[in-house]
Design a protein around this ligand. Structure first.
Ligand code: ADP
Length: 494
């Protein structure tokens, strides 16, 4: 057989019902009296042509045995004996007694055979009912699950329609073909390793993939179970799970994490350049002034020759150039928003979900997303805002990572006509009041491996979007950082 049969028999089938299971007591009495009554009438009508004695009463006992239980059979035999005694004429009492006993014994024996027959019929009915139910359940499972059975050589023996759909092949076309023709890297020898059953380990690059005829690729997890030897040629059952979407989400999350990392590096460089420019500006300016003063002093003492004058000039211009280089570097890798476009905050956060999952798993901290998706259209540079949000979430996770039941919440609410507000709050220690002033200053950190650039980068991003970061205390006593994103104006929306 090439394909698992279609799941159900056409139309509903009546479930088997045992006729004797719920009979009331009077049912048996009715059957016994009716069948004996009919038999007596038959015998009476035949009496004119021949004496049949007990013979017509035998079918009455048999009918009772087939339709009712033992007590009813005993009643039917008793009634038959009484009816016979009442109808028989010219026979001695002894003969009547002997005939009655013989009839009772023979008819009981026949009734016993009839009862066994009904029991056997009932049992076979029950078995076929059980088989029918089992088959219906199995058929339903098989039609809805992607399952393939293989022989020892790894050839497909059966394939369910869902599995065929997953491999994008017609069930008949898959029959008797090697499974490896559809799933690259599959080797029937791998089945020996799974023993009684389990997930089949893919060979490098560590992914089971089915290359479909249309050129698309399905990513799979394969579970194998080995069948008992006595049902050869079937050898193994493979159940396939489609991982394509899950892998795509994982890949997207991975790509986004890489992208954010790169942007983070650029933003941090920009922030560092800005700080350096700011910090170095003063000493560079002072050095220029001191150089000028030195030159003037030399001039006054009259020892300055042309060479010295040129050297002073060159030193001054190099100092100015150093300041200019730093300023330009800052401008080049500035954190300003360059790629403004209409975005939905709910989509932007949804895209970050795999990144948050990674962060929360690594730190064993729960991250709760509570993002209202109404009126969440904003005009932003998506990647920059994702950068800002993930910085705040990362900080919050780090703040609670050492405590029991650390919780970080990302809350998004539209603020009527005034944009969309995002808040990241945690149940950590919060920000001490005396640190609020220096919190956003570059290079200010309380972490051993921290660079102290995250909050200053985040602030630059939010400010370049015309917003402001508000720091506060969350309801649970931790820190809360919130900022607003600009709404789409009617002009921009058009
Ligand atoms: P870094 O994370 O490298 O230290 P940041 O600029 O992101 O740099 O953060 C600066 C400092 O602000 C942190 O070292 C920490 O002391 C404090 N901070 C930031 N976020 C939180 C928070 N959610 N809870 C408590 N302190 C925080």
């Amino acid at each position: 057989m090439t394909q698992v049969r279609s799941a159900r028999p056409a139309g509903p089938r009546r479930l088997w019902v045992d006729p004797l299971v719920r009979q009331p007591w009077w049912h048996g009495v009715l059957i016994a009296t009716t069948s004996v009554g009919v038999a007596v009438l038959v015998r009476h009508s035949l009496e004119a042509s021949w004496h049949f004695y007990f013979l017509p009463l035998l079918p009455a006992v048999m009918a009772t045995a087939l339709l009712a239980g033992r007590w009813s059979v005993a009643l039917a035999i008793g009634l038959a004996v009484v009816a016979n005694v009442m109808q028989v004429r010219g026979v001695s009492d002894q003969d009547i007694a002997v005939n009655s006993i013989l009839f009772a014994l023979i008819s009981w024996g026949i009734a016993e055979v009839c009862q066994r027959l009904t029991q056997a019929l009932r049992q076979s009915g029950r078995i076929s009912h059980d088989l029918f139910v089992r088959e219906a359940v199995l058929d339903t499972i098989l039609t809805s699950a992607p399952i393939v059975t293989l022989d020892r050589q790894g050839h497909i023996r059966r394939i369910t329609p869902v599995a065929a759909e997953l491999l994008a092949v017609a069930p008949d076309a898959a029959a008797n073909r090697p499974f490896s023709a559809f799933v690259s890297g599959f080797d029937p020898a791998l089945l020996d390793k799974v023993g009684k059953g389990g997930i089949l380990d893919p060979p490098p690059p560590r992914r089971w993939t089915a290359a479909r005829p249309d050129g698309s690729v399905a990513s799979l997890i394969i579970r194998a179970d080995i069948l008992p030897d006595d049902i050869e040629p079937e050898h193994a059952v493979l159940s396939l799970a489609d991982q394509t979407q899950a892998e795509a989400v994982k890949d997207r999350g991975h790509d986004l994490a890489l992208h954010l990392k790169r942007t983070w590096r650029l933003n941090s460089l920009g922030e560092m350049a800005a700080t350096l420019a700011h910090e170095l500006n003063q000493p560079l300016g002072a050095a220029t002034v001191y150089l000028q003063a030195g030159r003037n002093a030399l001039k006054q003492t009259g020892v300055e020759d042309d060479n010295a004058a040129e050297a002073f000039q060159l030193a001054t211009s190099q100092l100015l150039r150093a300041g200019e280089i730093i300023r330009r570097m800052r401008d080049q890798i500035t954190t300003g928003a360059h790629d403004l476009a209409e975005q939905r905050v709910s989509c932007l956060v949804e895209e970050l979900a795999p990144v948050f999952t990674m962060i929360s798993r690594d730190a064993d901290v729960a991250i709760r997303l509570d993002i209202q998706d109404e009126d969440d259209h904003v005009l932003i540079d998506r990647i920059q805002i994702q950068q800002a949000l993930s910085n705040l979430v990362r900080n919050a996770v780090e703040a609670v990572s050492n405590q029991h039941e650390g919780l970080v919440a990302v809350i998004g609410r539209s603020v009527q006509g005034q944009g969309y507000e995002l808040t990241v709050e945690d149940n950590g220690p919060g920000i001490p009041k005396d640190r609020l002033d220096v919190l956003f200053q570059p290079m200010m950190t309380t972490k051993a491996g921290g660079m102290g650039l995250g909050l200053s980068v985040t602030r630059s991003i939010i400010e370049s979007h015309g917003g402001q970061i508000i720091v506060g205390r969350s309801a649970s006593g931790g820190a809360s950082f919130s900022f607003r994103l600009p709404p789409i104006t009617e002009f921009e929306a058009a």
